[in-house]
Ligand binder design. Structure first.
Ligand code: TPP
Ligand code: SF4
Ligand code: MG
Length: 291
């Protein structure tokens, strides 16, 4: 019977894993200078510092240059369909709650086609880390505007400049109720490693926006180098209004931990519910509705 299905649990001896142990051997095919290299390097370092066993790590992505991420990491990987990283990652976490689950992808994957999933994964507080590599453009499909492209951006696909207000990912995550919200920059690896470690360690939905320039279609390196600053020391990450204030700042791009709180996670909620239903199973459900 499904309700009594016992999954085997494996015990592995602890080993000291180096950064190289987390490299899959598949060479990244990103353009030279792409910000995603910085994100990947920081990710390897973070997971090696956390010593996450490779068989306990699952990385899920949608489609995009950034969506290639799982291929480069020696762990479970799922390169899914465009915009569906979060529902797939939710499924992985619910089926194997003991795994560390990381979803990774781009601003288009997250906020265009995948936007319907973002608020729901957040409000459910699924215990996963969502890394959005935000280059403010569709890189893979050669430079169309994305929901985070600045207003007026002139490209081949928007030759007279866009007329749309960009979406603010941090504001979205904070107001939907994310329990961990942070922002990093691919060119600030020391800070980024710490943010990735914190995001993964947090129990609940962690939303990490990483500014990761696309050198080929929208080179924003100078823009971000001149505008990024650490969040001021007086900012208290337990203060949601303060987090929103800095998220809304558009002249300075603040980096660091914006917001954190503890709340029941989706898998904890389900596990607790099951405790109250000792006879839960397909047959019992069918009996309930037959009555
Ligand atoms: C259903 C579907 N629609 C459209 C596409 C085409 N497509 C592939 S990636 C992408 C956008 C990629 O942009 P982003 O998510 O920002 O990733 P980046 O390449 O910038 O890292 C689009 C529109 C697709 N693969 N599948
Ligand atoms: S097109 Fe842009 S985002 Fe894609 S690999 Fe090249 S630099 Fe990176
Ligand atoms: Mg993009």
């Amino acid at each position: 019977m499904i309700s009594n299905l016992e999954l085997p649990t494996f015990k592995f001896e602890p080993v000291n894993l180096s950064v190289n142990d987390y490299k899959s051997g598949v060479p990244p095919v990103w353009c030279p200078g792409c910000g995603d290299y910085g994100v990947l390097a920081s990710f390897y370092k973070a997971i090696s510092e956390l010593q996450i066993p490779r068989e306990q790590l699952a990385i899920v992505s949608g489609i995009g240059c950034s969506g290639r991420f799982p291929a480069f990491v020696e762990a479970y990987g799922l390169h899914g369909t465009h915009g569906r990283a979060l529902p797939l990652a939710t499924g992985v976490k619910m089926a194997r709650p003991e795994l560390t689950v990381v979803a990774a992808g781009g601003d288009g994957d997250a906020f265009s086609i995948g936007m319907g999933h973002v608020p729901h994964a957040i409000r459910r507080n699924v215990d996963i880390t969502y890394i959005v590599m935000d280059n403010e453009i569709y890189g893979l499909t050669k430079g169309q505007p994305s929901p985070t492209s600045p207003m007026g951006m002139e490209k081949k696909a928007s030759p007279y400049g866009t007329v749309e207000q960009p979406l603010n990912p941090l504001m979205l995550a904070i107001t939907c109720g994310a329990t961990w919200v942070g922002r990093g920059f691919s060119s600030k690896p020391k800070e980024l490693v710490e943010l990735i470690k914190q995001a993964i360690t947090h129990k609940g939905f962690s939303f990490l926006q990483i500014m990761s320039p696309c050198v080929t279609f929208f080179d924003t390196y100078e823009h971000f180098k001149n505008r990024t600053r650490p969040l001021p020391a007086e900012h208290d990450p337990r203060d949601r209004m303060s987090a929103l204030k800095y998220a809304l700042e558009d002249q300075t791009v603040y980096l660091g931990l914006y917001y954190q709180e503890e709340r029941l996670t989706y898998d904890q909620g389900y596990a607790a519910k099951r405790q109250t239903l000792p006879n839960y199973g397909v047959r019992q459900i069918m009996d309930k509705y037959r009555r």
